[in-house]
Design a protein around this ligand. Structure first.
Ligand code: ARG
Length: 462
């Protein structure tokens, strides 16, 4: 049973809150996760109240000791959580007051749960960003370590899932390194914008107490203070940005997962997944299923759902704080949890991958060299469009004769264009094709070695 007299806001209420409403209203089930941030915010706020002369130094000390005890109780699992507390802010304040008595009633002076929750959430995002950056970095180093020995290992590169040109397995793996590098950049960029303190904005209009907001910002590690209290209590751009950055990172993971599922399948066998990240079938004894990758791909939908759902929550909210904003937590936490787990599993899976260079070489379609043939004619002076046409006809000829470009007789070449000579056979080699793509960022071994140094530099930065 709820008791109206227990509610900190109960003064103007004559009737009791319906039990169902109490449950519906409560965020304590999921926002208790913010307890450390909430207590840290309250510690700083108590100090700021003392500096403003609102409480005495002694009261401040009492509050800080009390907050330490609340923290210890939560940490040790002794804290009695109750839905009647509504949210983490009221739970901490309730327990603090039980412990320290009347001074507990002063901690909320000039503060609102509106500026409090916005502060807690931003603090939480700082910690979460650190974890995400670390996980992204581990995955990047796993990709880089796998890539190192594969600089000359040939594999078909695809467009439209059709074999297109020869690439090296290192070049392939590193393509994902740069996607995750952008993700790190996005999270860092997000963190810079989120690094603004809302505390001291009150419920919406600011604080009547001379609270030193600059002190609060320094004390809590924020780079600056918000400039408009109305905006500060209702701004959840940071939550949306976090989930958006998480969605893009998940999309990169999902695309990697999709490739690896294809490459490990019977039609390809380019890679072998470790037993540790696959599962068997309860019916078919031969099966080794890439469940880890399928789950990463599947969970991407869930994080995109978090983003779509939360943006819809924000859309059309009137100024300033509205309870709808309590809906920021679950999608934010879920996107973080899902991303961090997916990154950790993928990093381990990548580190334990085995590349099968024979299978990749055996699978190379000789038409992968068609562009090289066109380049050969271009080098001899033929405009590219004409060269393209000539080689296209040779490919068609191969198909009619059911043969390959390598086995096509020289006279067929020379009759297609008099620019062809004996040396054309030198072009028809996968390793030379690889070596020819030397442009910066290309697949040639020397370009990939340079790319590896750049990747090392990116990992060493900061
Ligand atoms: N639990 C609330 C939330 O997460 C805290 C802020 C409540 N503010 C209020 N005026 N009811 O948004």
């Amino acid at each position: 049973m709820s008791d109206k007299t227990q509610k900190p806001w109960g003064g103007r209420f004559a009737g009791e809150v319906d039990r169902l409403m109490e449950q519906f209203n409560a965020s304590i089930g999921f926002d208790r996760r913010l307890w450390q941030e909430d207590i840290e915010g309250s510690r700083a706020y108590a100090e700021a109240l003392a500096r403003a002369g609102v409480i005495t130094g002694e009261e401040c000390k009492t509050l800080l000791d009390g907050l330490d005890r609340v923290a210890a109780e939560i940490e040790s699992g002794q804290f009695a959580w109750s839905e009647a507390d509504e949210d983490i802010h009221m739970a901490v304040e309730r327990r603090l007051t039980e412990i320290v008595g009347p001074p507990g009633g002063k901690i909320h002076t000039g503060r609102s749960r509106n500026d409090q929750v916005a502060t807690d959430m931003r603090l939480w995002c700082k910690g979460a960003t650190g974890t995400v950056l670390e996980k992204l970095r581990s995955l990047q180093s796993a990709l880089l370590e796998q890539a190192r020995p594969l600089v000359r290992t040939l594999m078909p590169g695809f467009t439209h899932l059709q074999q297109a040109q020869v690439i090296s397995a290192a070049h392939y793996l590193l393509s994902f390194f740069w996607m995750f590098e952008r993700d790190r950049d996005r999270f860092r960029d997000f963190a810079r914008r989120a690094d603004v303190l809302p505390l001291g904005s009150g419920a919406l209009a600011g604080s009547a107490i001379e609270i030193d907001r600059e002190f609060l910002a320094r004390r809590l590690g924020f780079a600056s203070v918000s400039q408009n209290s109305l905006d500060a209590v209702s701004d959840r751009d940071f939550a949306a940005e976090f989930i958006a950055a998480a969605s893009l990172a998940m999309i990169h993971l999902s695309r990697l997962a999709e490739d690896l599922i294809i490459y490990s399948s019977a039609g390809y066998r380019f890679i072998e997944l470790s037993d540790a990240f696959t599962t068997g079938s309860s019916l078919m004894p031969q099966k080794k299923n890439p469940d880890s990758l399928e789950l990463v791909r599947g969970k991407t939908g869930r994080v995109i759902g978090d983003l779509a759902g939360f943006l819809t929550t924000l859309k059309g909210l009137p100024s300033t704080y509205n309870k709808d904003l309590q809906e920021d937590k679950e999608p934010l936490f879920d996107s973080f949890d899902t991303l961090v787990k997916s990154l950790a599993v993928t990093a381990r899976l990548v580190a334990t991958l085995k590349f099968n260079s024979e299978a990749m070489a055996a699978c190379l379609d000789d038409f992968l060299l068609a562009t090289d043939l066109a380049d050969y004619l271009v080098a001899k002076g033929l405009p590219f469009r004409q060269a393209h046409m000539v080689v296209g006809k040779l490919v068609r000829e191969c198909e009619t004769r059911r043969t390959s470009l390598k086995d096509l007789p020289l006279d067929v070449y020379t009759s297609a264009s008099e620019l062809f000579a004996e040396d054309v056979k030198e072009v028809l080699d996968f390793s030379s094709s690889l070596a020819s793509r030397k442009s910066h960022g290309g697949t040639a071994p020397e370009a990939v070695e340079e790319q590896i140094s750049q990747a090392e530099r990116a990992l060493a930065a900061e």
